[in-house]
Design a protein around this ligand. Structure first.
Ligand SMILES: [Fe+2]
Ligand SMILES: [Fe+2]
Length: 166
């Protein structure tokens, strides 16, 4: 279980890296609202990694950090970015589900309880990615529609995970 949780720290750090790279891509394409949304997304993923980090320490385990894979740098357009975001979140959901399966097999109820927070978080993550993918598809990734979505995404702010959720 400890090894699998350590691997999940790496997966969350990679998610953060991927979204930070998407943020840089959007900033480079003058879509500062999209860049802001992805930057907040990267902060959230870092908070997920820290939640596993804290939990391993709390249980008297040993955190082991490993190298983070280099994320992709270029995308065709915003549609491709959100298609990839949705695909990535679906992949992370499968990783979380595998962790739950392991916790159940190991009869590790405390870990299972912590993982339930992530199960719910992934429902939200997939839903957000699906909504945004739908919106950018409506604009075909260009024109005044993109300008309007960009303005809306500028307002997203990072909300730290509150201690009661840890
Ligand atoms: Fe995450
Ligand atoms: Fe995520």
């Amino acid at each position: 279980m400890e090894k699998a949780l350590n691997e999940q720290i790496n997966a969350e750090m990679y998610s953060s890296y991927l979204y930070l790279s998407m943020s840089a891509y959007f900033a480079d394409n003058n879509l500062n609202g999209f860049a802001n949304w992805m930057r907040v997304q990267a902060q959230e993923e870092l908070a997920h990694a820290m939640k596993f980090f804290d939990y391993i320490n709390e249980r008297g385990g040993r955190v082991e950090l490993t190298s983070i894979e280099k994320p992709k740098k270029e995308w065709k357009n915003a549609i491709e970015v959100f298609q990839e975001t949705l695909k990535h979140e679906q992949h992370v959901t499968s990783l979380i589900n595998n962790l739950v399966n392991l916790a159940i097999t190991e009869k590790d109820h405390a870990t299972n309880s912590v993982l339930q927070w992530f199960v719910n978080e992934q429902v939200e993550e997939e839903s957000n990615a699906t909504t945004l993918l739908g919106e950018v598809k409506m604009t075909e990734g260009k024109g005044p529609g993109m300008f309007m979505i960009d303005r809306e995404l500028k307002t997203r702010v990072f909300t730290p995970i509150t201690p009661t959720q840890v």
